[in-house]
Design a protein around this ligand. Structure first.
Ligand SMILES: O=C(O)C(=O)C[C@@H](O)[C@H](O)[C@H](O)COP(=O)(O)O
Length: 362
């Protein structure tokens, strides 16, 4: 098992990555935590496959587990489900020493973390991400939230988990479209910080899609390490952390305009990365190879890269982005593979120019 430490003073924690971890989680947690009441939150699909093994692993270590599952899907990450989960915290008599465990993808992780952050002003929680996207991104760094009809993740806070357990075996039950959506976030890490990771993706995609152990460990551990480094330097997104939002400015707008129903998060981010690169090319800070290399991986993955959405609707939604300051949009733009800048030089006229053209027509 590989361990990556996220160093955040009193809020530090470990990310454990390996195979066959799920059945051992209870035992590992019990080394540092007295048995207590615990709410295990998952979704209906994940419950069927991994609910029992995880619940049992905690029960065998004397945790008093209540398991609760929600329907799957991004549209479930809402305030109504947060209220339902609070009701369950009361019903199971959780107190400040109790534990919330999130078992599932990004929706379960973000929502459960939000409940943990706010119930009784904060109780401990653990992330057990089962999708690639949650393993490389959303389970780490403590961004917890629910969506609002006006914008993605608009109601939330920063609240770090006590530990993250990544069992790469769970990827074998992940639908291929979810796997591909998760790979989009790994492409993101390559573009923002690691040209070598990006080159590895270009040459090893077959091994990744075949879930070969070495390739999976490489992309997951490298992504987690990059994220840990960035979060350690800027936990609350005062500046540097915004680079993790590459592709998300337009990605989130696409998700908002389509009411979180049409695109997986990673699919929207992939489109957002290509548009951000087009903007960088318009501004003269990147050359076309930066676009072509990303496009080539995305085509290889079968990612759909056209939206058919109105530029006007996307641009309107962009203004609720959390990086916007005093009404000025801030975009994360690549200068080359492995390096990005944050720019406030992108205006509506340029956005129309870029968004009005289908991505493949460039
Ligand atoms: O951890 C971060 O910081 C990120 O921006 C990572 C993103 O990939 C992730 O989707 C995040 O939840 C988006 O954050 P938001 O603040 O733009 O809602």
């Amino acid at each position: 098992m590989k361990t990556i430490h996220v160093n955040l003073s009193a809020d530090s924690y470990n990310i454990y990555i390996g195979k066959d971890i799920l059945a051992k989680v209870g035992e590992i947690v019990a080394k540092d935590k007295e048995p207590c009441k615990m709410l295990l939150i998952t979704d209906e699909n994940i419950e069927k496959i991994y609910g029992d093994v995880v619940a049992e692993s905690f029960r065998q270590n004397n945790f008093d587990v209540k398991l609760l599952s929600l329907p799957p899907g991004e549209e479930q990450k809402n305030i109504e489900n947060a209220l339902l989960l609070y009701d369950n915290c009361f019903a199971h008599k959780l107190d400040r020493k109790s534990l919330i465990v999130a078992l599932g993808g990004g929706v379960v992780g973000d929502l459960s973390g939000f409940i943990a952050a706010t119930f009784m002003r904060g109780i401990p929680y653990i992330q057990i991400p089962t999708s690639l996207l949650a393993q490389v991104d959303s389970s780490i760094g403590g961004k917890v939230a629910v969506n609002h009809p006006k914008g993605k993740n608009m109601i939330g806070c920063f609240y770090q988990p006590k530990a993250v357990f990544i069992d790469t075996n769970t990827l074998s039950s992940l639908p291929s479209k979810e796997m591909v959506a998760g790979i989009a976030e790994v492409i993101k890490y390559g573009v923002i910080r690691d040209a070598e990771l990006f080159a590895f993706m270009e040459k090893s995609m077959d091994a990744i899609l075949q879930l070969q152990d070495e390739a999976l460990l490489k992309i997951i551990a490298t992504s987690c390490q990059i994220k840990a480094n960035v979060v350690e330097q800027d936990e609350k997104e005062k500046d540097l952390r915004a680079i993790l939002n590459y592709g998300h400015t337009i990605g989130h707008a696409i998700e908002t305009v389509t009411h979180y129903k049409q695109y997986r998060h990673g699919e929207a981010v992939a489109i957002g990365m290509l548009y951000a690169t087009k903007i960088a090319i318009e501004l003269g800070i990147a050359d076309t190879s930066v676009f072509d290399r990303q496009l080539s991986i995305m085509k290889n993955l079968g990612l759909s890269i056209q939206t058919g959405l109105k530029s006007e609707d996307i641009i309107k939604a962009l203004y609720t982005d959390k990086k916007t300051v005093s009404g000025r949009l801030r975009f994360v733009l690549p200068t080359k593979i492995g390096e990005v800048i944050i720019s406030d030089k992108v205006n509506d006229e340029m956005l129309y120019r870029v968004l009005d053209k289908p991505l493949l027509a460039f």
